[in-house]
Design a binder for this molecule. Structure first.
Ligand SMILES: [Fe+2]
Length: 326
């Protein structure tokens, strides 16, 4: 995917406005593929295998009623912003992109929702205008707007109060047996510049990425191929929070680097009924507040309860992040 440089054209709100709490919700991997008629013509190449997997196994796991419950819960929580870290589709079909766009619209204005793509969204190479362009408003940087395509343009950079959201694309088509991702040197260069600049401005830096950037979360065939280069940038310039998907289970890791403390958190599929309890749908809410020159983060994990058809609080975490050293 082509990228662009996203230096904000408009001045950002003063950081002083940032002293209030900012509430960020994170969900991932909804795999919205129901109500999507599929013809044999759609199923060339890798899509055929993906479709069979959906019919035989995964279609029973990813459920519309779970996403309906998620929408109700998020309406109640009323976060300032919602991050969705990829795999909104299963086969990357244009009709799935349209279904996912309808789903996103239920969250509210695109300014409140940021999307990065996952490997299923780039399942095979397809026309940008028929696929990702439908999510343009959710992947637009502050300075470009949705009509900047083709194609939008990562890293996406969105300033919201005291937060800088940096959305990376790791999605590219893979051979049949692989689900790897890659960031690429151009995005990594712009990421480093953004992290450094945001640290100097005292912003809370949130990176959105589909593939987990830390070891031991997914198998080699699903890995982020340039994770070492990504982690080197984090180690050098710092970031407060990295949110990812892809693993379909909750993960939580604290990185202590020369640049400060970084929390790395993965959300499972937002639509999973849960063949095993650790894979059942969850999403997270982060309440971020300035604390001196550092930050306090209160994280709440909400778990889907099939019995009550609702999300309930499962885990709470508190994290203090001292002033970044970068
Ligand atoms: Fe996924």
């Amino acid at each position: 995917m082509p990228r662009h440089d996203a230096t904000p054209r408009h001045p950002s709100p003063p950081v002083g406005a940032a002293d209030r709490r900012f509430v960020l919700a994170h969900c991932s991997d909804p795999h919205i593929s129901w109500r999507c008629p599929v013809s044999w013509r759609d199923l060339a190449g890798k899509r055929m295998l993906g479709y069979l997997g959906w019919r035989l196994r995964r279609g029973a796991e990813h459920r519309e009623e779970v996403l309906d419950a998620l929408q109700r819960d998020l309406r109640e929580a009323s976060p300032d912003h919602i991050a969705v870290t990829g795999d909104l589709t299963h086969l990357g079909l244009p009709r799935e992109f349209e279904n996912a766009r309808r789903w996103l619209r239920r969250f509210g204005a695109p300014e409140r929702v940021t999307v990065v793509p996952g490997n299923h969204d780039a399942y095979v190479r397809d026309d940008w205008g028929r696929t990702f362009a439908r999510w343009g408003e959710y992947m637009a940087s502050d300075d470009t707007g949705p009509s900047a395509g083709p194609p939008p343009l990562f890293p996406v950079m969105r300033r919201r109060g005291p937060i800088l959201l940096i959305g990376l694309s790791t999605a590219h088509p893979n051979p049949l047996h692989l689900a790897t991702g890659g960031i690429g040197a151009p995005q990594l260069t712009r990421l480093a510049t953004a992290l450094k600049g945001a640290a100097a401005r005292g912003l809370f830096r949130v990176i959105l990425i589909h593939h987990p950037p830390v070891d031991g979360v997914v198998t080699r065939r699903k890995r982020l191929t340039d994770a070492p280069a990504f982690l080197e940038a984090i180690s050098r310039y710092g970031a407060e929070l990295i949110l990812h998907g892809h693993a379909h289970r909750t993960t939580w890791r604290i990185l202590k680097t020369t640049a400060g403390v970084t929390a790395v958190a993965g959300a499972p599929s937002a639509s999973a009924l849960g063949r095993s309890p650790d894979r059942r749908a969850r999403y997270a809410i982060y309440r971020i507040r300035r604390a001196g020159r550092g930050w306090n983060v209160d994280a709440v994990e909400r778990l889907y309860s099939p019995g009550g058809d609702a999300f309930l609080t499962e885990n709470r975490r508190h994290l203090h992040m001292p002033e970044p050293l970068a």
